[in-house]
Design a protein around this ligand. Structure first.
Ligand SMILES: [Zn+2]
Ligand SMILES: [Zn+2]
Length: 215
């Protein structure tokens, strides 16, 4: 019995050293995984098809099933790079937030000026200019509280998010008419004039019993 096992071992070694004929193209190559496709269930762990034939088949399959192939690649890519994409997004939301805040503000300027036909001084409220402005001015010009430039999660505008105010709304985004104030102040002011706001403040302050007046 041990003799038989030994013979089998030797023949296996011989087999491995010998050339092997590809079942597809008929070419002979050494019977190793360098030349043949791996096959777990095949004798010696290598399949009958040579690597060249396998590659040619794979390439022609890809060409014939381009859409399927690309769809599969997209799924694989998403699975493989999910974590790195997420951390990229996280970084964008945390460290690069000034840039993103500036982009949001610049996009708002473009949108509103187009919608309302407002004049814009070129370069005054570009992303680059706004980024510079945001890095220079950290507090609301109106209430003096520090801006929060980190992202407002779930799209909710935070009271202390920076916003661009057109001092006289109809004049647009021109030099001398733009202020960087917090969202809360901007929302309270809207298109009100100083006179109107004084009137509201004066009236509120007379309501001594009111909780609103004391806050
Ligand atoms: Zn072949
Ligand atoms: Zn403010």
């Amino acid at each position: 019995m041990p003799r038989r096992a030994g013979t089998r071992g030797v023949s296996k070694l011989l087999e491995l050293a010998m050339d092997k004929r590809c079942s597809t193209c008929g070419a002979e190559y050494p019977a190793t995984v360098d030349f043949f496709v791996r096959g777990k269930s095949c004798r010696g762990g290598i399949a009958g098809t040579c690597k060249r034939c396998a590659n040619a088949y794979q390439n022609s399959w890809k060409a014939r099933n381009r859409d399927r192939y690309l769809a599969r690649r997209r799924i694989l890519h998403a699975e493989r790079h999910r974590e790195s994409e997420r951390s990229k997004l996280r970084r964008r939301l945390t460290t690069d937030h000034l840039y993103h805040r500036a982009r949001i503000l610049a996009a708002g300027v473009r949108c509103r000026s187009r919608e309302l036909g407002l004049p814009v001084t070129p370069g005054l409220v570009s992303t680059a200019a706004l980024m510079e402005w945001l890095s220079r001015q950290k507090d609301c010009e109106c209430c003096g509280r520090a801006f929060i430039t980190a992202p407002a999660f779930k799209g909710r505008a935070q009271d202390l998010s920076p916003s661009l105010d057109r001092i006289v709304p109809a004049l647009g985004y021109v030099a001398g008419n733009v202020a960087l104030i917090c969202w809360r102040c901007n929302n309270l002011k809207r298109d009100a004039t100083a006179k109107e706001l004084f009137r509201v403040a004066k009236w509120l302050s007379t309501l001594t019993q009111s909780e609103v007046a004391c806050a």
